[in-house]
Write a protein that binds this ligand. Structure first.
Ligand code: URA
Length: 244
């Protein structure tokens, strides 16, 4: 049985902040099993109570999907003794029990990280069999882009430990005095994979940012450390991965 506070439930049902949800409850618009309830602290059972707002059943959202623009300096874990985690960045208004990051970005990597409490989604998108593409923006030192190198990424770069990576798409973006700016799309997620691929070609990654995960693109209006729930269009993309 999934028991949750009424204000938390209302917050998760719509795009309400916790204080908006409290206001809605205090104004007598919310009923539980047809009883008007004005106490936001009441616990409801998501599986069997019927909650209505203005007489319309509120759709309890079992799963939450959040897009975070991960800043450098936090780790992709749910808890850690030493470092701040990505979960520490998420406010109570969207936090659900069991929320976890879908996959891992290194502590110094920025960009798109999805968080959810939907284990099925994580399983389906992280499984190597699914070939979910991830695109990264890279600043690489000591690396010189060439057609031959691009082809080696396409053919499969061999990284430390002798692993031959799957085909990856490399794109040259720009050159500064100190480094080259590149985009790389890979369809697997080995530990430090992008850094190791660039290293195998003689370069050093000095900045790394994930721009997309499958068809979900980082909302560039989110500053590093900001997050939001996925919008309806993104949720439709998510459904492909959860078989709905
Ligand atoms: N590849 C890396 O090397 N680091 C990341 O954080 C993600 C992909």
């Amino acid at each position: 049985m999934a028991k949750v506070r009424l204000d938390k439930f209302i917050t998760l049902c719509g795009n309400y902040t916790r204080s908006q949800a409290k206001k809605i409850i205090h104004s007598g618009k919310v009923s539980i099993n047809d009883w008007l309830i004005k106490d936001e602290a009441v616990k409801i059972d998501e599986d069997c109570d019927i909650i209505k707002i203005d007489g319309i059943p509120a759709k309890g959202e079992k799963y939450t999907y959040i897009m975070l623009n991960k800043p450098a300096g936090v780790i992709s874990a749910t808890e850690d003794k030493e470092h701040k985690t990505v979960l520490d960045l998420i406010g109570d208004e969207v936090k659900k029990d069991g929320l976890f990051p879908v996959g891992r970005l290194d502590i110094d990597t920025e960009g798109l990280l999805l968080l959810t409490n939907d284990g099925n989604f994580a399983h389906n998108t992280l499984s190597p069999k699914k070939h979910v593409e991830k695109t990264y923006l890279i600043h690489a030192k000591n690396y010189v882009y060439s057609e031959e190198s691009r082809q080696r990424f396409l053919d499969g770069i061999e990284i430390e430990g002798g692993y031959k990576c799957k085909s990856a798409k490399l794109e040259f973006i720009a050159q500064t005095d100190e480094y080259q700016i590149l985009k790389l799309t890979i369809s697997e997620g080995k530990f430090h994979q992008v850094k190791l691929m660039i290293k195998a070609e003689g370069g050093i990654v000095i900045y790394l940012k994930r721009l997309s995960f499958g068809e979900i693109k980082l909302d560039e209006s989110l500053a590093a450390g900001e997050y939001r729930r996925l919008n309806d269009d993104e949720m439709n993309l998510i459904k492909k991965y959860i078989g709905e």
